[in-house]
Design a binder for this molecule. Structure first.
Ligand SMILES: [Cu+2]
Length: 446
């Protein structure tokens, strides 16, 4: 297996090198793809007329449709990008009671996996700088329980049985014991929820990354990246205080490092690329005398490009300009980040979320291949432009200090975020028929 230097935006030439499985052919293909259109490699066959009116515009092999508990249906297309791997397109959500699918995302995918080592001797952009996309893994049937494994045509690699589409239980969707003592029916309303689950596995040198998307019956979307495979055996040299011994006694100091994972989300709420972004902050004031603390929530319209930082009691949402729910409230999706260790070492990893105005050439959060983008990383694209068609970039970091248990294989460590529907429907999309009359008028026994 040849050792190939990583290609990075700053021409960084790490001393420590991971062994890449890149072949000359793959490198050529990768660069050839970049020269044309960074976002559009390996698109599915020409879109054909959808069989059903509600179906997204892609051929059957690239279409996913799943009805879950409560009658919620998720529909989408997918294609494969030779760098970023799985791309989801035209994602729509149709809970029971909605006459038509509600469009949510135009596209969603990974935008980078940035891996700097603590000693500064290696730094990787795994999406753009390794053979991540080329090294899509074949899945065995047992790895996709209850689902189907779709064939992915990976340029210069061939057909890979690489995309699992299945469902997975997520426990309680809701529970309400409707107490007679408070005027209720005495009934127990309880339901178990399910998610549509899609995933691929891509190898990046010694690591294997599981890219997972979940679409829940209650309208929530979740993406997680799980890192597994193996620690790089070339990196057992962290004896500089920047590693952790995983061999016997004081041996095999695996060098610590970070995994900074970026996603790129192009919303298309209610079928329109135009949307508003809002930031909410709540401030708690300590009690005066014998009183109680009070909390004030402020809404700040994000009208211009923003590099945002997660804080306690702060959140953002992307708001539809094209559609409202049956209560007359504009539909929106709220960004719910998972736990993150923000890495302050690079300008593009300094912030947790970026909202930038759509530009075709802005495809990868770092090491972006296009030279005509005014900078090669997402932070450079926050330039004060007015947001009309916002692109959302999510950065979730994980500082990996290895432990004995990381061998062998390494247990999966996960990082990710959710998008929670906020006023997409007028009530819980799973509300049972008995309780449908309680929109704004809950049973209160009075
Ligand atoms: Cu790691």
């Amino acid at each position: 297996m040849p050792e190939t230097p990583t290609r990075t935006s700053t021409g960084r030439e790490p001393r420590r090198r991971r062994a890449f499985a890149l072949t000359g052919l793959a490198v050529t293909a990768l660069l050839g793809g970049l020269a044309t259109s960074p976002g559009a490699q390996a698109a599915p066959a020409a879109p054909q007329r959808a069989a059903a009116a509600d179906a997204p515009a892609c051929s059957a092999a690239y279409r996913i449709e799943q009805t879950l508990d409560g009658g919620t249906t998720w529909r989408m297309c997918w294609h494969y990008n030779t760098l970023a791997g799985l791309v989801l397109d035209d994602v729509s959500y149709q809970p029971k009671g909605e006459a038509a699918p509600i469009k949510v995302l135009t596209s969603a995918r990974l935008a980078q996996v940035h891996v700097p080592y603590d000693d500064g001797q290696a730094e990787y952009d795994d999406i753009t700088g390794t053979d991540f996309g080329q090294a899509l893994q074949n899945l065995r049937p047992a790895e996709c329980p209850g689902g189907t494994i779709k064939t992915v045509k990976v340029p210069d690699t061939g057909d890979v049985k690489g995309l699992c589409a299945t469902t997975r239980a997520r426990g309680h969707a809701y529970r309400l014991s409707d107490d007679e003592s408070t005027g209720g029916s005495g009934k127990l309303y309880s339901a178990q929820g399910k998610d549509l689950l899609l995933y691929t596995v891509n190898k990046a040198s010694w690591y294997e990354y599981i890219t997972e998307w979940r679409f829940s019956s209650d309208g929530t979307i979740t993406s997680n990246v799980g890192a597994t495979g193996s620690l790089s055996p070339y990196d057992y040299d962290g004896t500089d205080g920047k590693g952790w011994p995983i061999g016997k006694g004081a041996t095999a100091y695996a060098e610590s490092h970070s995994h900074n994972v970026f996603w790129r989300l192009n919303f298309g709420l209610d079928g329109s690329p135009k949307a508003k972004v809002e930031q909410y902050d709540s401030k708690v004031t300590a009690p005066h005398g014998a009183g109680s603390p009070t909390t004030k929530t402020t809404r700040t319209p994000v009208t211009k490009e923003l590099a945002g930082d997660v804080k306690d009691m702060r959140w953002w949402r992307v708001v539809s300009k094209a559609g409202k729910n049956k209560d007359g409230h504009p539909r929106s999706y709220e960004f719910v980040p998972g736990r993150s260790s923000r890495f302050p070492g690079r300008s593009f990893t300094k912030h947790d979320v970026y909202f930038t105005e759509y530009k075709k050439c802005e495809q990868y959060a770092s090491d972006n291949p296009s030279a005509h983008c005014g900078g090669t990383s997402v932070d450079k694209w926050v330039g004060g432009e007015t947001l009309t068609h916002p692109i959302t970039w999510v950065n979730i970091g994980f500082h990996h200090i290895a432990r004995d248990e990381d061998q062998q294989p390494m247990p999966v460590h996960w990082q990710g975020f959710s998008l929670a529907p906020r006023d997409v429907t007028a009530m819980n999309p799973l509300t049972p028929a008995d309780l449908a009359g309680q929109n704004g008028v809950p049973g209160n026994g009075s």
